[in-house]
Design a protein around this ligand. Structure first.
Ligand SMILES: Cc1cc2nc3c(=O)[nH]c(=O)nc-3n(C[C@H](O)[C@H](O)[C@H](O)COP(=O)(O)O)c2cc1C
Ligand code: SF4
Ligand code: SF4
Length: 246
């Protein structure tokens, strides 16, 4: 079973590629949360995978909460993680390995895939051609990973880890403040942002999104998915464009 968390589709895409070739089942962590689904039984020969985006060289809060709550009965299964990232995976692979070990889920192999960087307060995703090229490379990396998964290789194959990433990961908590998100008057009140938010942090009131929690996952799914591109975070996101994995 492949568990994935994905705000903008990169990690979902990689999880689907793997599931397609291995025949493994897959589960969307956001959907599991909504259905209060935390108990799983692994079939004898299936792989157990976790595919997720790197946030601040660490893990999205939604993924951490899911791992802490989940229970899975394993039976000698091959266990792997895949971090999708824009530049550096930092300490994400190490953090998830330690979290899973605490739950007696001992990871066999760790992989990572470079993809378009959805942190558009800094990175520019307005060039669709450039994003497409990055995604072609990502698919080639995924192919290599899938071959290793099929051979049940052991080891740390995440070559974009960097030591001392804890300092940056600590800052994730500050970055999660929803006061940094804003909505423009082009909003049509469609409700998509609220419906898709993995943290239930948005409510539509009087036809506009209102952030009802002080902190969220800061996944930027609301910003990237809005049909009006009405949600922004700071001054740069408007010019850096919206992105969803095609
Ligand atoms: C809040 C946030 C923090 C991020 N931090 C990092 C980071 O530390 N390193 C990195 O390489 N990419 C970082 N990214 C980029 C994502 O990890 C990357 O684009 C990922 O593939 C997005 O996956 P998704 O489409 O499945 O949500 C960050 C993105 C967001 C939204
Ligand atoms: S997705 Fe965009 S248009 Fe729809 S309610 Fe949210 S902000 Fe408004
Ligand atoms: S409010 Fe927006 S950025 Fe925050 S978790 Fe929800 S969808 Fe992601």
């Amino acid at each position: 079973m492949i568990f994935y968390f994905s705000a903008t589709g990169n990690s979902r895409h990689i999880a689907m590629l793997i599931a397609d070739k291995t025949g493994d089942r897959y589960a969307d962590i956001t959907e599991c949360q909504k259905k209060d689904l935390y108990n799983f039984i692994a079939d004898k020969n299936e792989n157990i995978g976790f595919v997720f985006p790197v946030y601040n060289f660490g893990l999205p809060v939604t993924l951490c909460r899911f791992i802490n709550k989940m229970n899975i009965k394993i039976n000698g299964n091959y266990i792997f993680t895949v971090a999708t990232y824009g530049g550096f995976s930092g300490g994400a692979s190490k953090i998830i390995r330690i979290m899973l070990a605490k739950k007696k889920i001992n990871v066999n192999a760790q992989y990572s895939v470079r993809m378009p960087d959805t942190w558009t307060p800094i990175y520019d995703l307005s060039d669709k051609g450039k994003n497409a090229k990055t995604n072609i490379k990502a698919d080639k990396t995924a192919d290599k990973i899938i071959k290793k998964i099929i051979k049940k290789r052991n080891g740390n194959f995440d070559c974009r880890c960097i030591p001392f990433s804890d300092y940056f990961y600590k800052d994730y908590d500050n970055l999660r403040r929803t006061s940094s998100l804003s909505v423009e008057n082009t909003c049509i009140g469609c409700g998509l942002c609220a419906e898709k938010c993995p943290e239930n942090a948005i409510e539509i009131r009087n036809g506009n999104p209102v952030w009802v929690k002080d902190k969220c996952a800061m996944c930027l799914g609301c910003l990237h998915r809005c049909p009006q591109f009405a949600i922004q975070r700071g001054e740069n996101t408007k010019k850096h464009g919206q992105y969803i994995h095609p």
